[in-house]
Design a protein around this ligand. Structure first.
Ligand SMILES: [Zn+2]
Ligand SMILES: [Zn+2]
Ligand SMILES: [Zn+2]
Length: 274
């Protein structure tokens, strides 16, 4: 599988939309732009749909019309801003590779979707969007992928989801946004082999765990997964979803911290094959 992280910032972006803190000034100076959270697998499975989706498509040469499956983690705006989904069809989109898009999310995201598009969506576009409401630990097949939604510790008003995505014997664990993983999630994962895991590292070098992780927390989760037999020396660990509040001032600072734990540090456009 080809795994590409299109956006690697927390909700406010880094530099943040309205911010002039030292970390944001440095990011502007170095040109280290982190946009809102999104990833793509093999050019046809998209994870999350933030407002930066259009920018990701044009700046990273992504053909959004090829996407067959869209997995949404939770309703926070850096993961789900559904306005542009109204452009999938009719006079807004000619020559699409895939006419239909299957969207999987929790109920909170579906209700945001409905209220966002209700006055503007064209019926022929609505027909192209096949919406599936799922819960934690829903297993389903989408195209060539076998997927399971896992329970996150995040966004207490809804069922925030993480995803285990398997294809041709390889497995990716998309593990953001979350703090310490719930015991049910560990229980589900026990004995399953993970080839690549992308961790929430909102707090960068700091420790946190309450709804988000820092890099040292991600390392603790990694150790627990190792004990459960999910992870071995061949597993690739990646940290992503960074906040300008994390204490690091640059990508190099984050790399310095992540390397101590054997993690790769994502940047916008980071791509890896497993
Ligand atoms: Zn987020
Ligand atoms: Zn800032
Ligand atoms: Zn969130």
């Amino acid at each position: 599988m080809k795994f590409q992280i299109l956006g690697t910032a927390a909700a406010e972006g880094w530099p943040a939309v309205f911010c002039h803190c030292d970390a944001c000034k440095e990011a502007r100076k170095l040109g280290e732009i982190r946009t809102r959270s999104q990833a793509i697998i093999d050019e046809n499975l998209l994870i999350d749909f933030p407002g930066d989706t259009y920018y990701h498509a044009v700046s990273q040469n992504i053909d959004l019309s090829k996407i067959e499956t869209l997995l949404i983690t939770h309703s926070h705006s850096d993961h789900f801003a559904p306005i542009d989904l109204m452009m999938k069809g009719s006079c807004y989109a000619y020559g699409m590779v895939q006419q239909k898009l299957d969207i999987y999310s929790n109920e909170a995201c579906k209700s945001i979707f409905d209220s966002t598009v209700q006055y503007e969506i064209l019926p022929e576009v609505q027909e192209n969007l096949r919406y599936h409401i799922i819960h934690p630990f829903t297993e389903f097949t989408a195209g060539a992928y076998h997927i399971c939604s896992l329970k996150a510790f995040h966004a207490p008003k809804e069922d925030a989801l993480l995803y285990l995505i398997e294809k041709e014997g390889k497995t990716i664990f998309y593990c953001t946004d979350t703090g310490w993983l719930p015991e049910e999630t560990y229980a589900y994962l026990q004995g399953k082999h993970i080839d690549l895991v992308a961790y929430d590292a909102t707090f960068g070098p700091k420790k946190f765990g309450n709804g988000h992780l820092g890099i040292p927390d991600a390392a603790q989760v990694h150790e627990r997964l190792k004990k459960l037999g999910c992870i071995d020396g061949s597993t690739i660990g990646i940290v992503t979803h960074f906040s300008h509040n994390c204490g690091a001032k640059s990508h190099a600072d984050l790399v310095n911290c992540a390397e101590k734990y054997g993690f790769l540090t994502a940047y916008d456009g980071f791509t890896i094959e497993i």
